[in-house]
Ligand binder design. Structure first.
Ligand SMILES: C[S@@+](CC[C@H](N)C(=O)[O-])C[C@H]1O[C@@H](n2cnc3c(N)ncnc32)[C@H](O)[C@@H]1O
Length: 426
């Protein structure tokens, strides 16, 4: 069965024709602003051609001909996360709160849904899992740049350990692996590789992931289910499977805005179609498990692993996890010495923690910041507020850029080697 015929399960001829046409149009880009680092007003002032996302607070849409946000130094400084405009809608449905939710993002790489949720819910603690170790490297980089202190990154097949987390999580984000038809516009390879067997194969995997998610969800907890597939078998059918199998699951009605599409028969979740909204394909639904959510709040926690100290905003159960990153990579200790080496991740997390006052701060000019990220030292003869401090927090436009070490009237360059000389735009 070809792709468009397979959609006849829930779309009529006209809708399929509109979708066909829209798959040849150019994609728009999006980003989610980290307002711990820069306010919306400041951001719009600096990039006036950017457009506010119509459905996502702190979300923006832009034309690639206007800005190269990927290479901008603000990207490395974690001022925003580049995210496709439709996929950005998913986490926004979970809203903002100061609750201490315990959250599992079961399939988190490269981290889009996770980052938005973590910024919107800074008191929550999230286990960002993925089965692919390679793909998790980008989650580490993204969490580090954005400066999140509320994320544990793990590399597990939860089908082997889910029993250990019985009714543990307040929220499970299941952004499931899928046949990827929603990405046809962006990725020719996915388009050429599509076949209906793939849809069925993913549909079975998605059902298994629903089973383990249900087991791990607390009574009163929410499961947000999403895919970037257009296929009914990977979307509404999966939600129907969940509702039929688990009678304690209820569908949450989401307000269906103008540009969202809801299947009129099932009325479960909604689709984003490129012919209705200038983004890629996305499906999302939210289920809630019967019961009343009870919180068991925990304190912040530090952990030593090898020579490094890590810290997390609130303790979370990690006994059976293969941990890649535990909260903020804070500092390295040196055997038989009081000296510590502060880590790059820590400087980016200072704004989320409100810990700015712990270090002398030097706000660099554009020229100095450029010199620094190119890997050179900066002369500080004319600067006075450094005293004898070993570590200086360097900021650019009052946002942390890096630590530097002060010695011999110079700011010694300790910008990570792998980030130097990347031809950043300022
Ligand atoms: C759609 S992507 C996730 C995108 C991510 N949530 C985001 O917003 O950036 C699906 C991910 O599922 C992962 N995956 C596939 N099977 C999995 C499994 N059984 N358990 C956990 N992750 C899995 C893949 O490696 C892939 O990174």
């Amino acid at each position: 069965m070809d792709f468009f015929t397979s959609l006849e399960t829930y779309l009529n001829h006209d809708q399929i024709e509109l979708l066909k046409k829209s798959l040849n149009a150019k994609s728009k880009k999006g980003l989610f602003l980290n307002t711990f680092k820069m306010s919306k007003e400041e951001f719009i002032k600096l990039f006036p051609k950017i457009k506010q996302h119509p459905f996502v607070e702190n979300g923006f849409i832009y034309d690639i001909n206007d800005y190269d946000f990927n290479r901008h130094i603000f990207h490395e400084m974690g001022v925003y996360y580049l995210q496709e405009p439709s996929s950005m809608i998913v986490s926004s449905l979970l809203g903002k709160s100061q609750n201490q939710y315990k959250v599992l993002d079961l399939c988190s790489a490269p981290g889009g849904k996770l980052i938005q949720f973590a910024l919107n819910n800074p008191q929550s603690t999230i286990i960002a899992n993925d089965i692919s170790f390679t793909r998790l490297q980008s989650v580490v980089e993204n969490v580090e740049r954005i400066g999140l202190d509320n994320v544990v990154i793990s590399n597990n097949d939860f089908s082997k350990i889910y029993q250990k987390y019985h009714e543990y999580f307040d929220i499970v984000i299941l952004d499931a692996p899928c046949s990827g038809s929603g990405m046809f516009r962006k990725n020719e390879e996915i388009r050429n590789d599509w076949n209906f067997n793939k849809v069925i194969r993913y549909s079975n995997i998605q059902k298994q992931l629903i089973d383990i998610s249900h087991h791990m969800l607390k009574p009163g907890g929410k499961l947000i289910y999403s895919t970037c597939s257009f296929s009914f078998e990977e979307n509404e059918e999966i939600v129907l499977y969940a509702l039929n199998k688990y009678t304690d699951f209820k569908n949450i009605d989401i307000e269906i805005k103008d540009k969202f599409y809801q299947d009129y028969k099932t009325k479960l979740g909604f689709h984003m179609f490129p012919y209705l909204f200038d983004g890629e394909g996305q499906y999302v639904a939210i289920l809630i498990k019967d019961g009343n959510l009870c919180f068991n709040n925990t304190n912040s926690h530090e952990m030593k692993y090898q020579d490094y100290i890590y810290k997390i905003n609130h303790k979370i159960k990690i006994d059976d996890l293969n941990i890649i990153r535990y909260g903020v990579k804070y500092k390295k200790t040196i055997k038989n010495s009081k000296e510590v080496i502060y880590q790059y991740h820590y400087c980016h997390s200072l704004q989320m923690n409100n810990d700015f006052s712990l270090f002398p701060v030097i706000d660099l000019s554009m020229k100095q910041a450029r010199t620094y990220v190119e890997g050179q030292n900066i002369d500080i003869n004319h600067l006075t507020n450094v005293n004898n401090a070993k570590y200086i927090l360097l900021t650019y436009q009052n946002i942390p850029l890096s630590f530097a070490k002060s010695a011999n009237n110079q700011l010694k360059n300790i910008f990570p080697k792998y980030l130097k000389n990347k031809n950043y735009i300022f």
